[in-house]
Design a protein around this ligand. Structure first.
Ligand code: AVJ
Length: 319
């Protein structure tokens, strides 16, 4: 097909999701960016994942936040504005804000307006004297912080090891951009999941009750619903592997048969055993994460790790 015809055809398909799916499935190695896992149902299922026995990151990070809240507050100082990258986790934010009695404002940044409103109103009910300045934006855009917090010291907050979704170059870029946004002398509190035995890692991403499988396969239901597709979801399976070489969990949707699927009128074939790559979740060592932060212009001021060496929380400064 000539590139002109391709361009015209691509323009006919409206929406970022449609474009990502059509181009992702047309590649020799099929993949779809992980952000599309989080529609309303996907976000609900992810919330369920965070409460699973096998999924240690959430409860471990919450434990670290509770235990070290006073030290975090001491470092953050008086009058700081808390800038959260995403607004997904009000449970963690609540614990942080409870510890930071001196905070002057809360500024969540999220692409999803509904999620922003919900998080802000819930937190406003609990912290009525704290100024709330939600920012609706995409991290790939140029973001501007609200003028109201211009004079306040900034504490960025990026929990959950969501940084692990990026590849290593992407993580450095993100941390650099976050530093530029927060400005000189700002701080960043960030969660980073640790490398560990696959006997702990694999069940965390392939739980016995099948919630993670449902979360992954919801992507096919979403494509069927939104992109007029005919995936027979029972002919695909969730697959989580640990890639030792790069230290990351990789999540795939595996085709269980040779089959054809139509998405927005375009045909795609799948061989038995063929994968669609849908998510990476990097696991770090403490020195590796410090080096990554340093590369992006952040100095490590303090690191907290739980007693089982499962998860790390880093207090970084821009100096
Ligand atoms: C939201 C990226 C932190 O990598 O642990 C969990 C996503 N996917 N189970 C993670 C996820 C399947 C999660 N993050």
């Amino acid at each position: 097909m000539s590139s002109t015809v391709m361009e015209i055809e691509t323009q006919l398909v409206s929406g970022e999701f449609a474009e990502a799916v059509l181009s992702g499935l047309a590649q020799p190695v099929k993949s779809i960016p992980c952000r599309f896992l989080y529609d309303a149902r996907g976000s609900e299922l992810f919330e369920e994942i965070t409460r699973l026995e096998e999924y240690y990151p959430t409860r471990t990070e919450i434990g670290l936040l509770k235990e070290h809240g006073p030290e975090i507050a001491e470092r953050a100082g008086q009058g700081c504005a808390v800038v959260e990258f995403g607004s997904g986790s009000s449970r963690k934010t609540h614990i942080l804000l409870e510890a930071l009695t001196g905070a002057s404002a809360y500024v969540p940044i999220d692409i999803d307006d509904a999620a922003l409103k919900e998080a802000t109103s819930r937190l406003h009910a609990d912290f009525p004297r704290l100024a709330m300045h939600p920012v609706q934006a995409d991290f790939s855009q140029d973001i501007h912080l609200p003028d109201e917090i211009a004079g306040a010291p900034k504490l960025g907050f990026f929990p959950g090891s969501t940084i692990g979704n990026f590849d290593l170059d992407g993580a450095v870029d993100f941390l650099g951009d976050a530093g530029d946004l927060l400005g000189p002398d700002s701080d960043l509190l960030i969660g980073a999941d640790l490398q560990k035995d696959r006997d702990i890692l694999i069940p965390a991403y392939d739980d016995a009750s099948g919630v993670t499988a449902e979360f992954t396969l919801n992507l096919l239901h979403r494509i069927n619903r939104e992109l007029d597709a005919d995936f027979v979801v029972s002919r695909f399976a969730h697959k989580a592997i640990y890639n030792d070489d790069v230290g990351r969990i990789e999540i795939y949707i595996e085709s269980l048969a040779d089959q054809h699927v139509t998405v927005l009128g375009r045909p795609f074939s799948f061989a038995e055993g063929e994968d669609i790559h849908v998510e990476n979740s990097h696991k770090f060592t403490v020195p590796q994460f410090k080096a990554l932060a340093r590369e992006a212009g952040w100095a490590s001021e303090q690191v907290w790790v739980d007693k089982n060496d499962l998860f790390s929380m880093h207090y970084l400064t821009r100096g």
